[in-house]
Design a protein around this ligand. Structure first.
Ligand code: PGA
Length: 257
């Protein structure tokens, strides 16, 4: 399997500009030997995008946003478009996080419109997919429904270029991640769905990682299954040392370190 492993840090509404620059200072050297072998995406709050873009310049570490607004034109006071994110140095954008669904009422349709806006502006979506807290025993149904709606209208080459995070709602901000066999099942279902609905080639190309209470301690077990191409972290993604450790463990699990 030749997929490049993938890791993402979602800083949510944390990290001042000073925190972000301190993270970059410590994190860059800690992962410098691995950045050509693993795609690493840092998603800071909007306020830290531009300073972080400058701090990560000349580094292969990617910058991503946590959201975008899909309206056309400029008359949306307080919102940020895909074009503005690309201008600020973003290559990627997280879309579909459960916190956006839960607190802001985002639906699969909203996410689908954001996917289109991202692609049209040249941003690559990192799609968060996973069953809700009340659907732990309906993983297939939940995942397939989300995938079919959020990817509605996408072309096979667009999908092949995206990344996906299998992140069940009940694992976010929890004490423990999902059990490794649950993670493997979710990732496998997602890849099989991409293969059926798009192509074997797209399924072989897309990076599918796991997110939800990831820590360095849990990382090796979560990475055992070949369908899991990496990990995404919230809390541990804000600390340079633990996140660098997670990157190293991803590399080790893929025999890259
Ligand atoms: P967590 O956050 O790692 O702190 O659970 C994960 C996420 O919400 O993406």
């Amino acid at each position: 399997m030749s997929r490049k492993p993938f890791a993402v840090a979602n800083w949510k509404m944390a990290m001042t500009v000073a925190d972000s620059l301190a993270f970059a200072r410590d994190f860059r050297p800690a992962v410098s030997k691995l950045t050509t072998r693993i795609d690493i995406v840092i998603c800071p709050p909007y306020t830290a995008l531009w300073p972080l873009a400058a701090a990560l310049k000349s580094s292969p570490i990617w910058l991503g946003a946590q959201n975008l607004y899909a309206g056309e034109g400029v008359n949306y006071t307080g919102e940020v478009s895909a074009e503005l994110l690309a201008d600020a140095g973003c290559e990627w954008v997280l879309l579909g996080h459960w916190e956006r669904r839960r607190h802001f009422g985002e639906t699969d349709d909203t996410v689908n419109r954001k996917v289109r806006a991202a692609l049209d502006a040249g941003l690559r979506p990192i799609l968060l997919i996973g069953e809700g807290a009340d659907a732990r025993d309906r993983v297939r149904e939940s995942v397939e429904q989300q995938l079919s709606q959020v990817l509605h209208g996408c072309q096979v080459d667009e999908v092949a270029d995206m990344a996906f995070v299998y992140e069940p709602e009940w694992t976010i901000g929890a004490e423990e991640p999902a059990p490794p066999e649950h993670v493997a099942e979710g990732a496998e279902l997602m890849r099989a769905w991409v293969s059926e609905q798009f192509s074997d080639g797209a399924a072989e190309a897309v990076r599918i990682i796991y997110g939800g209470s990831v820590t360095p301690e849990h990382a090796p077990a979560l990475l055992v299954h070949g369908n899991v191409d990496g990990l995404g972290a919230g809390r541990k993604g804000r600390q340079a040392d633990p996140f660098a450790n997670i990157i190293r463990l991803i590399a080790m699990s893929k025999n890259l370190a």
